[in-house]
Design a binder for this molecule. Structure first.
Ligand code: 13P
Length: 252
C-alpha cells in the first residue's frame, strides 16, 4: 500500500515564528505513529527553517537565480530541506489584487523548475464554479494539459495533482465536495493523465483533494473518493484538529 499524503497549507499564518515552531512540533509529534501517512507542512517561506517535520513550500519562482527581488528559487527551497512545492494554488492564480497572478504558462515553468531541482511539485487545479453542461471538466483538463506541457512522459508520475475546486475553499464540510464527486474527479483526472502520459502513469500518479477538509469529511475523500491524500488549509493550523484529520485518514 502506498502512503497517503496529507499536506497542511498554512497560507499567511501563523503570526510568529514561535507559533510556527510550536504548532509544527505538536503536529509532527502527534503524527509520528501514523506510519502509512506522510504529513507535510507548508508554512510561510520565512518560517521554513523553524518548522518541524516534512517541509513543503507554498510557491516558487521558475528562474534559477538572478535579479528577482522577493522571489525564491527551487534550489533555495531545496537547500532548506523542502521536499514538496505547491504550484498553481488558486490564491496565486487569482490574487485579491486582481491581475499579476500565475498563468498556465508560469505554472508550467514553475512545475518544471521544481522537477529539475528534484523536488515534488503539487499541482493545484480546480474550477471556479460548476455548470450543468460540465464545461468545468474541460477547464480542468486544460489546466492539467497546460501545466504539464513539455514535461517528459516518464516523469509526469512524479507530479502530485491537488484537485481544489475554488468554490469549495474556505467554506465548511457541508459546502465542500462530497465523496462521490471526489471519486468522479479522481477518475476524470486519471483519464486526462492517461491521455498525456499513458495508463501506467495515470494509475500510479497521486491525486489529493483540497477545499474545506475537516475532521468530519476527511475520511470520505479517501474511502469513497479514493484520493491519495488531502491538502488542508485552516484546519492544519490547529494541531488537535489536524491530527484528528490524520487519524481519520489512517482509519479510512
Ligand atoms: P481550506 O481547507 O481552509 O478550505 O483551504 C484549502 C486550501 O486552499 C488548501 O490549499
Amino acid at each position: 500500500m502506498t502512503k497517503k499524503l496529507i499536506i497542511g497549507n498554512w497560507k499567511m499564518n501563523p503570526k510568529s515564528v514561535r507559533q510556527a515552531k510550536d504548532i509544527s512540533e505538536k503536529i509532527t509529534r502527534g503524527a509520528k505513529k501514523f506510519k502509512n501517512i506522510s504529513v507535510v507542512i507548508a508554512p510561510p517561506a520565512p518560517f521554513i527553517g523553524a518548522t518541524k517535520g516534512i517541509l513543503g513550500a507554498q510557491d516558487v519562482f521558475y528562474e534559477k537565480d538572478g535579479a528577482y527581488t522577493g522571489k525564491i528559487s527551487a534550489d533555495i527551497l531545496k537547500s532548506l530541506a523542502v521536499k514538496y512545492v505547491i504550484v498553481g494554488h488558486s490564491e496565486k492564480r487569482y490574487p485579491l489584487s486582481g491581475g499579476g497572478g500565475d498563468t498556465d504558462e508560469t505554472i508550467n515553468k514553475k512545475l518544471k523548475a521544481v522537477l529539475n531541482a528534484r523536488l515534488t511539485p503539487v499541482l493545484c487545479v480546480g474550477e471556479l464554479t460548476r455548470d450543468h453542461q460540465s464545461h468545468y471538466l474541460h477547464f480542468i483538463k486544460e489546466q492539467i494539459i497546460r501545466a504539464l506541457k513539455n514535461v517528459s512522459k516518464n516523469i509526469v508520475g512524479k507530479v502530485i495533482v491537488a484537485y481544489e475546486p475554488v468554490w469549495a475553499i474556505g467554506k465548511n464540510a457541508k459546502n465542500a465536495l462530497d465523496g462521490e464527486e471526489a471519486l468522479h474527479m479522481n477518475i476524470f483526472i486519471r483519464k486526462v493523465i492517461a491521455d498525456i502520459a499513458g495508463a501506467t502513469t495515470a494509475k500510479k500518479i497521486k491525486i489529493i483533494y483540497g477545499g474545506s477538509v475537516d475532521v468530519k469529511n476527511a475520511e470520505i475523500f479517501i474511502s469513497l473518493g479514493k484520493m491519495d491524500g488531502l491538502l488542508v488549509g485552516r484546519e492544519s493550523l490547529m494541531p488537535q484538529k489536524f491530527l484528528g484529520i490524520i487519524e481519520n485518514v489512517n482509519r479510512a
